[in-house]
Design a binder for this molecule. Structure first.
Ligand code: ADP
Length: 260
């Protein structure tokens, strides 16, 4: 149960799902999918029943990041789909249903229909959390998708510098518009610790996420270092919280999962 959210959010939409959480970002490339995958996996490692729905229609990266890209969900009854299972998560992605080289040129209503199918026509079963990896940005697609599922809350991902911060302000406004509480902010790519000399360098600056959280009066959920292991883990399909459980990066993700 998400702190401060009474009764869960799956409700009539998904009776077996206690909480639907969104992971959003004001723009692409800040590590939204990386956070969604590692947050979901950390929650599952702590014993929660977790589903991960990749709703980033224009760039679904969850299949690659979870090592499921070459698999396809099956339908036991010709109507609904069984999610794939990896790293203790039930996983569904639009990426399983369209070929990787096929451009998605759908517009709002089709995307909305596809999302609702992925939410409703998948055999999620009983879940404590269904984590939704949203498309980046604050355009119509992200807005409509956020509005369609009755989410308990949203986690906002940002990098530390000021330009990214302006995008966070827009993202926060988007969630406010659809009355979804922002549970907090994660600052990703926040410090780079040189593996050779151990010196810490704030490549994308430092502290922006904290500043944004203070500005909005919402929790700061933690900072994730910029680290080669995180990128390699994403590309190899084994999340860093699984492959390098004791690394500072994995611990940072686990902290975020505890804070949500
Ligand atoms: P988004 O979903 O916001 O577009 P991704 O999660 O796909 O971003 O991340 C973009 C790229 O950056 C990926 O290759 C990912 O592995 C890498 N990445 C994300 N976070 C980190 C990090 N903390 N350290 C190193 N690489 C990262």
């Amino acid at each position: 149960q998400v702190r401060g959210v009474a009764g869960g959010s799956g409700g009539a939409l998904l009776p077996g799902v206690k909480n639907i959480l969104l992971v959003g970002a004001g723009k692409g490339g800040v590590g939204k999918s990386t956070v969604a995958v590692n947050l979901a996996t950390s929650l599952a490692q702590h014993g929660a029943k977790v589903g991960l729905l990749d709703a980033d229609f224009y760039g679904p990266s969850v299949p690659l990041m979870t090592g499921t890209a070459d698999k396809r969900p099956v339908s036991p009854n010709g109507k609904t789909l069984d999610p794939l299972v990896a790293h203790g998560l039930k996983i569904m992605s639009i990426g399983f249903l369209v070929e990787a080289d096929q451009a998605l040129i759908w517009r709002g209503p089709m995307l909305h229909g596809a999302l609702m199918q992925l939410v409703r026509d998948v055999n999620w079963g009983e879940l404590d959390y269904l984590i939704l990896d949203l498309p980046p940005g604050t355009g119509d697609v992200a807005l409509t998708l956020s509005q369609s599922v009755r989410a308990a809350g949203a986690v906002l991902v940002t990098t530390p510098q000021d330009v990214a911060l302006a995008d966070v302000v827009r993202a926060k406004q988007m969630f406010d518009k659809v009355h979804i509480p922002v549970l907090g902010i994660v600052e990703n790519m926040s410090q780079f610790v040189c593996p050779h000399c151990n010196k810490s360098t704030p490549i994308f600056n430092h502290g922006g996420g904290h500043k944004a959280a203070e500005m909005f009066g919402i929790p700061f959920l933690g900072e994730i270092p910029l680290d080669l292991k995180v990128r390699e883990a994403g590309d190899s399909g084994v999340p860093v919280v699984v492959g390098h459980q004791d690394s500072p990066e994995a611990k940072a993700f686990q902290e975020v999962a505890r804070a949500v």
